[in-house]
Design a protein around this ligand. Structure first.
Ligand code: C5P
Length: 231
């Protein structure tokens, strides 16, 4: 895999004009993520447009529904040629198994463990999940592996643990990445790009440090340079 493909840039924009402005400003991008805001505003057609530009596309809809709905949704996304799609592990084993059965071609299916905006206190007190956050992430990841998903979305802080227990081939896709000196925003469980790769992340999902930068091309180049040293 080329190093630039390990940086999945989160296109958290409300409309496609801003997407294409960014793509024109940062011609080196190889992998992008379409989240709910953009997918719901622009629809499946945008995914085809991005694929036509030669980009890999992660459609991040974090599906969490009854097993048959998850199955039918993953079928539709697979037909679009998405390179990566995801479901919430909290949907349970049967939902993940059904979602896995729906996969077409080379699309990778990833399970979301705990969002990187969730910390231990919030998980215990608001989500009412007992125990440590790490144990919950590992439990969800093991369940995802049992359902034959390709990997999980987790914090880079959990990547080493996931690799140790579930094997090198089980993908760790990690948001919560912040280059030195950049603002955290709503992220709580973070690492720098270099640290995340060293910890075992296969893919870094990075949004605002690139998309909100006054010079996104430079921001992308700096992150790429940082991970090339350790990759
Ligand atoms: O701008 P920032 O780098 O924080 O963007 C991170 C992206 O990763 C967002 O699109 C967010 O929805 C997504 N994400 C996340 N935590 C997860 C799963 C996805 O931040 N556990």
């Amino acid at each position: 895999m080329k190093t630039e493909e390990r940086i999945i840039v989160a296109l958290d924009f409300p409309a496609k004009d801003e997407v294409f402005q960014l793509l024109d400003r940062v011609p080196g991008l190889a992998y992008v993520k379409v989240g709910m805001e953009l997918f719901y505003s622009e629809g499946p057609n945008l995914v085809s447009m991005l694929k036509d530009r030669g980009l890999k596309v992660f459609v991040d809809l974090k599906i969490h529904d009854i097993p048959s709905t998850a199955y039918k949704t993953i079928k539709v996304l697979g037909r679009l040629g998405c390179d990566m799609v995801d479901v919430h592990c909290a949907g349970g084993l049967e939902m993940m198994l059904k979602a896995r059965d729906a996969l077409i071609g080379d699309t990778k299916l990833i399970g979301v463990t705990q969002l990187t905006s969730i910390d231990q206190q919030l998980m215990n007190n608001q989500l009412w999940i007992r125990g440590s956050l790490e144990d919950c992430v590992l439990h969800y990841a093991a369940l995802a592996k049992e359902a034959r998903l390709h990997g999980v979305v987790c914090s880079p802080r959990e990547a080493a643990m996931i690799k140790k227990h579930l094997g090198k081939g089980f993908l760790a896709v990690t948001p919560g990445v912040r280059p030195p000196g950049s603002t955290a925003g709503d992220q709580r469980r973070m690492m720098t790009p270099g640290e995340a790769i060293k910890a075992g992340s296969d893919y870094l999902v990075i949004g605002r440090p690139i998309t909100a930068s006054p010079d996104p091309k430079l921001a992308f180049a700096q992150i790429l340079a940082e991970i090339e040293v350790v990759a």
